[in-house]
Write a protein that binds this ligand. Structure first.
Ligand SMILES: [Zn+2]
Length: 189
């Protein structure tokens, strides 16, 4: 920690205490060894998130806003509360932080989002899958969803398959307009 008065590198901590309304900070009094100036620093815990490795191999910082806009797109006109969306985002950040890895593939984040949407809204889940997973055909899309849905009841599965047909047709139309399939972390709404 550089001294703000003279720029020297050597400072010593003279006092250290917990601070902030929720005791979420550490307040430190420091003294510069060179000029004797005293100053205060605040330290606060922050999630350290891994870098995201995109399908192209490019490494980018995790972008919470892109995740949020991807979720909003999947949840368009669905009866899901904003606070539930924020909870999903917090949850995914916590999972990413718990990986304690320096990097994570964007596909892995997509899987986390799918798992979260599965418990939140099935239409959004199917939409996200159709946006996020690039499928060569409606048939391969159906098969992938069926594999993901093995734990559902037969009635739920039947209603899912109707949705899949509708959403897959939409996704195919989208792809014809925009080129190939796209990646949730790479494109926001
Ligand atoms: Zn100094």
């Amino acid at each position: 920690m550089r001294c703000p008065a003279c720029g020297a590198q050597e400072t010593r901590v003279v006092d250290s205490r917990v601070a902030g309304p929720e005791q979420e900070q550490i307040r430190r009094r420091r003294e510069c060894r060179a000029c004797g100036a005293r100053f205060t620093t605040f330290e606060r815990a922050e999630f350290s998130l891994p870098r995201v490795v995109k399908r192209s191999g490019e490494r980018v910082a995790f972008d919470e806003d892109k995740l949020r806009s991807g979720l909003r797109r999947a949840l368009h006109k669905r009866p899901v509360k904003t606070e539930d969306v924020e909870r999903v985002i917090d949850d995914i950040k916590r999972q990413l932080s718990a990986l304690t890895a320096p990097e994570v593939k964007s596909d892995r984040i997509g899987e986390m989002v799918l798992a979260a949407l599965h418990g939140l809204d099935h239409v959004a889940y199917i939409r996200f899958a159709s946006i996020y997973l690039s499928f060569a055909s409606v048939q391969s899309f159906r098969e992938a969803i069926e594999r993901l849905e093995e734990d559902l009841s037969p009635e739920m599965r039947r209603s899912q398959l109707r949705l899949i047909d509708e959403e897959a047709a939409d996704a195919a139309a989208d792809r014809e307009l925009t080129g190939t399939g796209h990646d949730a972390q790479e494109e926001g709404a």
